[in-house]
Design a protein around this ligand. Structure first.
Ligand code: KIV
Length: 272
């Protein structure tokens, strides 16, 4: 029996807050299209992130920088159509919110209005405080993102672990407090030492969601294409692969090609 959209209890920012207080871990994955978002939502994921990692896994760019606001809205529209339960969060892409809080607000409003998503995510701490304040004051929930922030890759120079040194760890902790004070409903902590994640998570009221941040975060996020094994050349320590879809799909395509070439497909039952 299929379940009507209205019968499903939706995940809200309030539900996530309750989960943290009850000690229930939050599960988050990315999705960028209707078909996969539907599967992820039906599996009961708590949060779907329409991440700017779409720039890498969907568009084939080397970094997350080139993806545009229009492209993010296109992906978000496809995901929102599929989702009945999860909270849908959309990344504000590079250049759509930094240094200009009015532009940030306009970008967030376009995402919310044109896609029907439930929240936005953006990278950075005090540097983007004005943008966060303005977006939240318009009633749009904001998820923060600290640690390794891929939109700043040319500043960092590498994708290695962040905040190993005391000074950077202290800045991250004070940024986390600052984001909570501004009203962010959750913070992604990417590629930082597990003990720092523990400290942030224990000291904040709002949930932390780790990616390469270790087991003490209040929740975890992975890029869907990585955990399904659709991507081939990306194997950081934090990534657990649940399938090897690259080889499975390649095998199926090779099988199909052989069947066509041999005249085995279609057979008598597969025609009119
Ligand atoms: O874009 C993305 O997929 C992300 C996750 C890695 C958190 O920001």
């Amino acid at each position: 029996m299929s379940v009507a959209k209205s019968d499903i209890k939706r995940v809200t920012t309030h539900v996530l807050q309750e989960m943290k207080h009850k000690g229930e871990k939050i599960a988050m994955l990315t999705a960028y299209d209707f078909s996969l978002a539907r599967i992820v939502d039906e599996a009961n994921i708590d949060i779907i992130l329409v991440g700017d990692s779409a720039s890498n896994v969907m568009a084939g760019h080397e970094t997350t920088l080139p993806i545009t606001l229009d492209q993010m809205i296109y992906h978000a529209q496809s995901v929102v159509k599929a989702v009945k339960r999860a909270l849908v969060v959309v990344d504000l892409p590079f250049g759509s919110y930094q240094g200009d809080s009015k532009k940030a607000l306009n970008s967030a409003i376009r995402i919310m209005k044109e896609s029907g998503a439930h929240a936005v995510k953006l990278e950075g701490g005090s540097e983007v405080g004005d943008s966060i304040k303005r977006i939240i004051s318009a009633g749009v929930p904001v998820m923060g993102h600290l640690g390794l922030t891929p939109q700043s890759i040319y500043k960092f120079g590498t994708y290695s672990v962040r905040a190993k040194e005391e000074q950077e760890a202290e800045k991250l902790l004070s940024d986390a407090y600052y984001l909570e004070k501004l009203g962010c409903f959750a913070i992604v902590l990417e590629k930082i030492p597990a003990q720092l994640t523990k400290k942030v998570s224990e000291n904040l009221e709002i949930p932390t969601i780790g990616i390469g941040g270790g087991k003490y975060a209040d929740g975890q996020v992975l890029v869907l294409h990585d955990m399904l094994g659709l991507t081939k050349d990306f194997s950081p320590r934090f990534l657990r692969r649940y399938l090897d879809l690259y080889d499975e799909i390649k095998g199926a395509v090779e099988h199909y090609i052989t069947d066509v070439k041999d005249g085995d497909f279609p057979n008598d039952k597969e025609q009119y």
